[in-house]
Design a protein around this ligand. Sequence first.
Ligand code: FAD
Length: 174
Amino acid sequence: MDCARTIRKKGAKEVYVLYRRKEEQMPAEKKEIEEAKKEGITFLFQHNVVKILPKEAENQVAKIECIKTELIQKEGELRPIPIDIKGSNYLLDMDYVVMAIGSEPEKEVVENLAIKRKEKGYIEVDKNYETSQEGIFAGGDIIGSKATVAWAARGGREAAEAIENYLKSKEKTC
Ligand SMILES: Cc1cc2nc3c(=O)[nH]c(=O)nc-3n(C[C@H](O)[C@H](O)[C@H](O)COP(=O)(O)OP(=O)(O)OC[C@H]3O[C@@H](n4cnc5c(N)ncnc54)[C@H](O)[C@@H]3O)c2cc1C
């Protein structure tokens, strides 16, 4: 949302936000969506991107292939699942694409370090941001904190303080 609004404010003539689910299911504040609409951003709800098509012989975007989606409630799923509607594909002229998709912890990194994890693969830390491996600390999204920049920055700062205290305590014992 921030990217879309900033690009528009910087002068992009047309800005589209494509979202696979309905407006009311979008993980954004209602106010943000309303303001973005007022600023001239076009929302395409229940839309998915199938392909990004480049300009011939150029490393630039020319079009995106979109497909419409329908929402299906599956057993055991909290949210309806978007399913592509076969044959509803169409092309949109586009010259720049910002991918805004979710992320999850990279298993291999955590597994290689033999660090204890909690649900969804996030790293478990104690109140000092120390993991199950002594001397290894973690903070930010990887510990499953509230996924915002402010919380990640706070986690980083507090973890840094904890690391400093840990190192000082080691110095004393040497
Ligand atoms: C689509 C989307 C929209 C968002 N919008 C907002 C918003 O509007 N406002 C807001 O406050 N927050 C927003 N967030 C959340 C915010 O981006 C995160 O909470 C924040 O970036 C977390 O910071 P971090 O330092 O923990 O992790 P990250 O910012 O993910 O940084 C981790 C870094 O580690 C690097 N890395 C990964 N693996 C390795 C490896 N093996 N070796 C070396 N480096 C590695 C990555 O390349 C990355 O640079 C959004 C997130 C997403 C996905």
